[in-house]
Design a protein around this ligand. Structure first.
Ligand code: NAP
Ligand code: G4F
Length: 320
């Protein structure tokens, strides 16, 4: 039975990847940082099938100790301070976790067992003020937030450890992926939750920022399969993962509200508080390499994703 160690197990992607790896017969070790109240909401249903260990990307010793103890053959580094607006309020913390945390994990691998295969959760946010449309593995980076800058560091240190120490280290450059398990502050979940609150009479409006921003949105459950595939290849490489389609925040709102018989124009209020100091206006992937080499295709369409998220939030609000 192969062992996989996942940082970020309590996050959206950690929960879907753990489900996938359990199905594939892995022993799954999930790393969670200590907090005064446990936040296992997304992995509650998995607790009998995984081992949760305490550790933190800010603490080198904890990473060394867990690799020594559990001897994984694959490490998926999903942990990060992942919310872009927070990265302007806490830029140094974001750099310490999202950038230097990658080096700490790679150092732990180098010292404990350089044969461990390593996946780094890189981001389309690295393309920022895009230098090319659509964006591929060859597109130069131009990050627009401290988060994006930290992810560029995480990407290049991964490439550097591959080239310097011959570690099987891959960088998955994933475009936005969402689900009913997405954090409530991200725009898609904020909209699906907002629609559900309005529909169930708990709210009268939804306050949002830039409705013109465009993203390449897919379903998180599909994207974790691509992560796993990257670590099963003969050689380590970098891959762009996305749908190849782009949609605006406004389009997301139109579909989400109309799915429950409402017109978004009557409820969405634009609020400058949610505008960013520097915006990423347009992201759209060119996933040709991933489709060809990994034979990976997204299964859930944009409309199915929006309606899945709205249905889940409506059901949740109807119960509570
Ligand atoms: P998420 O839901 O925000 O989860 C982030 C995870 O990181 C949580 O489990 C969090 O733990 C953990 N974490 C934060 N700081 C940590 C630390 N110092 N030590 C250990 N764990 C820590 O993010 P996600 O959407 O699942 O994304 C997974 C990864 O993919 C992230 O690296 C993100 O930046 C990247 N990514 C995401 C997308 C996307 O669209 N979702 C696209 C491209 C790249 P707590 O629960 O304790 O906070
Ligand atoms: O949902 P978002 O906060 O996601 P963003 O900034 O694209 O970042 C996400 O995707 C990245 C991959 O490209 C990940 F690396 C990152 O960790 C994260 O998962 O915002 C999407 C867009 C932005 O342009 C934002 O300005 O939606 C716009 N937006 C408009 N109103 C809003 C809002 N975003 C948020 N969070 N809240 C709003 O009220």
């Amino acid at each position: 039975m192969p062992t996989a160690l996942l940082t970020g197990i309590t996050g959206q992607d950690g929960s879907y990847l753990a489900e996938l790896l359990i199905k594939k017969g892995y022993r799954v070790i999930g790393v969670a940082r200590r907090s005064s109240t446990v936040n296992y909401e997304r992995i509650h249903h998995l607790l009998d099938d995984i081992t949760v260990v305490q550790g933190d990307l800010q603490d080198q010793g904890s990473l060394l100790a867990m690799l020594e103890e559990y001897k994984p053959s694959e490490v998926y580094n999903l942990a990060a301070q992942s919310f872009v607006p927070t990265s302007w309020n806490q830029p140094a913390l974001t750099g310490d976790i999202t950038a230097l945390g990658v080096t700490r994990m790679l150092e732990a691998i180098r010292f404990v067992n350089p044969k461990i295969r390593f996946y780094q959760a890189s981001s389309s946010e690295m393309f920022g003020k895009v230098m090319e449309v659509p964006q591929s593995e060859e597109t130069p980076f131009y990050p627009r937030s401290p988060y994006g800058v930290a992810k560029v560091y995480g990407h290049w240190i991964t490439v550097n450890y591959r080239e310097s120490f011959d570690i099987f280290a891959v960088s998955g450059i994933l475009f936005n992926h969402e689900s009913p398990r997405r954090g409530l502050e991200f725009v898609t979940r904020k909209i699906s939750d907002g629609v559900a609150r309005i529909k169930t009479g708990k709210a009268k409006e939804l306050r949002l920022g830039n409705l013109e921003a465009q993203r390449d949105w897919g379903f998180a459950g599909d994207y974790v399969e691509a992560m796993w595939l990257m670590l099963q290849q003969d050689k380590p490489d970098d891959y762009v993962v996305g749908t190849g389609e782009t949609h605006s925040v406004k389009e997301f709102c139109e579909i989400a509200f109309s799915h429950v018989g409402l017109d978004y124009k009557e409820f969405v209020v634009m609020d400058e508080k949610f505008y960013r100091p520097a915006e990423v206006d347009l992201l759209i992937s060119n996933p040709a390499k991933t489709r060809k080499q990994l034979k990976w295709e997204p299964q859930v369409s944009f409309k199915e994703l929006v309606t899945m998220m709205v249905d889940a939030d409506v059901a949740r609000h109807q119960k509570s």
